[in-house]
Design a protein. Structure first.
Ligand code: COI
Length: 354
């Protein structure tokens, strides 16, 4: 790949207040761009001032949604180092998503290098307050202007950066979740395992209805029988029942989360029993009735760990751990954020310095 061309912006934006960042509201001064053309491959890597894209109205992504993305974060440590968390996992998943949507593969090592270079340019944007980080959003869109339903001959890979605080306004406080029994997020053989824009489009209507009923998120069940648990909102889900931690196995319609994988490693290293298997809502309801449903929490890059304090399913309200964060959820949150922020030793070799 050619060298990255860097064009520094002549005007720099004011930085937002670190106390009120929210999620995905502010964007840094620069972005990374890379083009793909059939017969030529990926070309023209460049860092340019952050600016709107100009797209032909017939651009394929606008009509048929050939778009994939990733989410990872950069953390500023107390010693002023900048750390990335398992970026190679995001690149592997980006290529799996590309594969599923007929988008050409990228060179993951090169994109990590590009992300490091972009962060180097915009490093003053990395917040340092508790619970803050720089969210990194790489994405790929089909850019050919054409209304035929087929793979595009051209693509753009773009990386943008956003200083963020907590994903949910509840922060690490437990959230209330509605178990969705009508709509489906994904089916096996569909796009569920890919980080495809369309999966999130499929989730929005259920999210609107859950919000109207006072729930922050939706717990998705399998699309066919509406019995087995898949994932929650934009996160993977874990339950602690009678001392054991259980999470749905990667069955072909669930996203393979980087945080999910890290949580499983951490729990195993603490000798906590973890099962990746099919788990039904009936089993969760039974555990709740038997008082063995000890904790539930979602995991994701954006939200990190989001404890679940209440589940609503088929007119049944299940209060979990009296609506409080549980001991395992808290320990996982402290450990994973401790490693990401360079406060705890990186015993798994998960962080990469920028
Ligand atoms: C992430 O956790 O990075 C996600 O992709 C969730 C998101 C869609 C905000």
């Amino acid at each position: 790949m050619e060298e990255i061309q860097i064009h520094i912006s002549e005007t720099l934006k004011d930085k937002p207040d670190e106390q009120h960042l929210g999620f995905g509201q502010h964007f840094t001064d620069h972005m990374f761009l890379l083009d793909y053309t059939s017969g030529q491959g990926w070309h023209d890597p460049r860092i340019v001032p952050y600016a709107p894209l100009v797209l032909d109205p017939a651009t394929l992504v606008l009509h048929y949604g050939q778009a994939v993305f990733e989410g990872l974060k950069a953390y500023r440590t107390e010693g002023d180092k900048i750390l990335l968390f398992r970026p190679e996992k995001n690149m592997e998943r980006l290529n799996r998503s590309n594969e599923r949507l007929g988008i050409p593969n990228i060179d993951g090592d090169f994109i990590i290098h590009a992300i490091q270079t972009l962060i180097g340019v915009d490093q003053d944007w990395i917040p340092s307050g508790e619970g803050t980080s720089l969210y990194i959003r790489p994405f790929i869109i089909a850019t050919e202007a054409c209304l035929g339903v087929r793979a595009s001959h051209t693509y753009k890979l773009i990386v943008i950066l956003s200083p963020v605080g907590a994903y949910y306004s509840e922060g690490i406080q437990p959230v209330k979740i509605n178990v969705e029994s009508s709509y489906a997020r994904a089916v096996r053989g569909g796009l569920g395992t890919a980080k495809a824009a369309g999966n999130y489009a499929a989730s929005i209507k259920a999210q609107i209805e859950a919000k109207e009923e006072g729930y922050s998120q939706v717990l998705w069940l399998d699309a066919i029988e509406k019995k087995y648990i898949e994932e929650v909102g934009s996160m993977n889900i874990f339950f602690k029942i009678d001392g054991k931690v259980i999470t749905p196995e990667l069955n072909g319609s669930i996203l393979s989360g980087v945080t999910r994988d890290s949580i499983i490693h951490l729990l195993k290293s603490w000798d906590v029993s973890v099962e990746e298997r099919q788990i039904s809502m009936e089993e969760i309801y039974q555990a709740s009735c038997d008082n063995t449903l000890e904790e539930a929490f979602g995991t994701g890059t954006a939200a990190v760990i989001s404890p679940v304090g209440e589940l609503f399913w088929m007119k049944n309200k299940m209060i979990i751990n009296e609506g409080q964060i549980g001991a395992i959820s808290q320990r996982l949150y402290d450990t994973i954020t401790g490693i990401q922020n360079g406060i705890l030793p990186d015993t798994f070799d998960w962080t990469l310095e920028v």
